[in-house]
Design a protein around this ligand. Structure first.
Ligand code: NDP
Length: 506
């Protein structure tokens, strides 16, 4: 029996990032008009393994000239109708094949993801890549099942309300779930008939480039899916300001989301969908009848993916009566979430994506201490001898909601526990944030569950669970967590425009 790429990682000798990178035959160029291409400038940037700090490849660094070139091809493909006017059933076939290819390459894509951004291989292989394939397949399946409308006008006319693809869509995505965030955009944008230019985060270009290639293999015509690795200020900004890009679908920080609003206003008023940051409250009421379940959900809610999750349960709002017991249980669960080599299949918490992010997380931990929060657990960098960027699961107690660690998105494994005594107080604190991405509520009272779920301003509210997800359920934020929804059938809407065709009858 042959062992798979991932099974081999059970042996420590098989986990050398440099050796793996050379074995995987990394794609390091941009993917433009159906082929690999160097950046027009010939420039490259280093791709660094977060688990060892080693440079594993030099990647094409795209900028304005590459964006101009790719937008030209994308526009040409769109206007030709080769994809945009292809029968929905035929588009479906290509997208289902694309999803199948992603599934068939699960091990390879999972390895690329882990090498590139440091998440545990176990998660990349079992969660990120399967969900990405599922997402592409979902929109492929959907596209020949959604109907347009006929307006209820008087009989003297027929008014068709059509949904048409927008044209050229720029997808600008972050590094925490590189493949998944990309497919949340590509799935519905391609299904709707658009041409897409994907700009991955500079920290995580590897799977995105491979996705471009797999899409072409599945039958996406040249120019329909292109991938431009590069920096935000160059490639990202050039897409955001390009007069011939019709829409930007963005996931990333609130700060950069606001740049895109500016780019759009200063260029062609392109449409935007912005999935931005969060500071999600995880509210535990005293009538919660399963504190063990709440503790497990709270620990994984903030430490999963090294805490690099937009909807991370980073603010634990807990009733004073149950605080000590709950914190003890959370600490017990977090002891099992130790940072380790992301390539080891047993590891449950990997490396922070890069040194800059590591310093940022450690800076927040220092700020928490300085502002008077009590460091309950963790708080340090660890495994320094590996050369990688690891932080211990960290829990602060006695946090007040005006401290920096309770207000700003840390994007690392840091939990801030805040105590309350009244339901109204809990809701007030939960809503006292510029963000509104997600929230969790733990209670055994169905009336309170409904009340609190309605009162908390967030795009997703989980009751007696956290971070549960399904491709059928929309995801996205209120307030400065952005606007527009990923996932579910509703995501198709933002990649189309409505056209009314009025036919006068005689
Ligand atoms: P950033 O906002 O820094 O970057 C996101 C993307 O925007 C990257 O591709 C980045 O490129 C690009 N970018 C950066 N600066 C500019 C610029 N000036 N102009 C145009 N594009 C730019 O986010 P991170 O990659 O650091 O990801 C973490 C953030 O993403 C967190 O705030 C998190 O909450 C959010 N996020 C939100 C999710 C949601 O669904 N709401 C899901 C996942 C993450 P480059 O990397 O090259 O700088």
């Amino acid at each position: 029996m042959t062992t798979t790429l991932v099974e081999r990682l059970a042996e420590p000798d098989a986990r050398d990032p440099l050796a793996l990178a050379s074995e995987l035959d990394l794609r390091i160029q941009a993917f433009v008009n159906g082929e690999f291409a160097d950046a027009v400038s010939g420039e490259t940037f280093p791709c660094v393994s977060p688990s060892s700090g080693q440079t594993i490849a030099e990647i094409a660094s795209c900028d304005q000239a590459d964006v101009d070139r790719a937008v030209g091809h994308a526009r040409e493909a769109f206007e030709s109708g080769v994809w945009s006017r292809m029968a929905p059933r035929a588009r479906k076939k290509v997208l289902l094949r694309f999803a199948e290819l992603v599934s068939e390459h699960t091990d390879e894509l999972a390895l690329l993801e882990t090498l590139d951004m440091g998440k545990p291989i176990r998660d990349a292989q079992r969660v990120d890549i399967p969900l990405s394939a599922e997402c592409i397949a979902y929109y492929g399946e959907a596209i020949d099942k959604v109907y347009d409308e006929v307006a209820p006008t008087p009989e003297s006319s027929v008014v068709l309300i059509l949904r048409e693809p927008l044209g050229v869509v720029g997808a600008v995505v972050p590094w925490n779930f590189p493949t998944l965030m990309a497919t949340w955009k590509l799935g519905p944008a391609l299904a709707a008939g658009n041409s897409v230019i994907l700009k991955p985060a500079e920290q995580s270009p590897l799977t995105a480039i491979r996705l471009g290639e797999l899409g072409a293999e599945a039958g996406l015509p040249p120019g329909v899916l292109q991938v431009l690795p590069g920096f935000g200020e160059t490639a990202g900004q050039a897409l955001g300001r390009h007069p011939d890009v019709d829409m930007i679908a963005f996931t990333g920080s609130t700060e950069v989301g606001k740049y895109f609003l500016r780019y759009s206003g200063e260029s062609n008023m392109k449409r935007l969908a912005l999935e931005c940051g969060g500071k999600s409250p995880f509210v535990v009421f005293p009538d919660c009848d399963d504190l063990d379940a709440a503790a497990t959900a709270a620990a994984w809610g903030v430490f999963y993916n090294q805490g690099e999750v937009c909807n991370a349960a980073s603010r634990l709002l807990v009733h004073a009566e149950v605080k000590d017991e709950l914190l003890e249980k959370i600490v017990a669960v977090s002891k099992r979430i130790r940072p380790g080599d992301p390539l080891d299949p047993k590891t449950r918490m990997g490396a922070i994506v890069d040194e800059t992010q590591l310093d940022r997380v450690l800076g927040y931990i220092e700020a928490g201490k300085k502002e008077g929060a009590t460091l309950h657990t963790g708080g340090s960098r660890t495994l320094e001898e590996t050369g990688g960027y690891f932080v211990e699961p960290t829990i602060f107690d006695t946090v007040s909601n005006d401290m920096k660690i309770a207000r700003e998105e840390i994007f690392g494994p840091v939990l801030s526990a805040i105590t309350f005594t009244e339901e109204e107080e809990a809701i007030r604190i939960a809503n006292d944030t510029v963000y509104g991405l997600a929230a969790g509520i733990w209670t055994s009272d169905v009336n309170r569950a409904h009340r609190a779920a309605r009162a908390i301003r967030a795009g997703v509210v989980w009751v007696n669970t956290f971070d549960a997800g399904d491709i059928t359920s929309p995801f996205g934020g209120f307030k400065q967590s952005g606007f527009g929804r990923d996932k579910s059938i509703h995501a198709l809407e933002k990649f189309t425009d409505r056209k009314a065709v009025w036919i006068q009858l005689r």
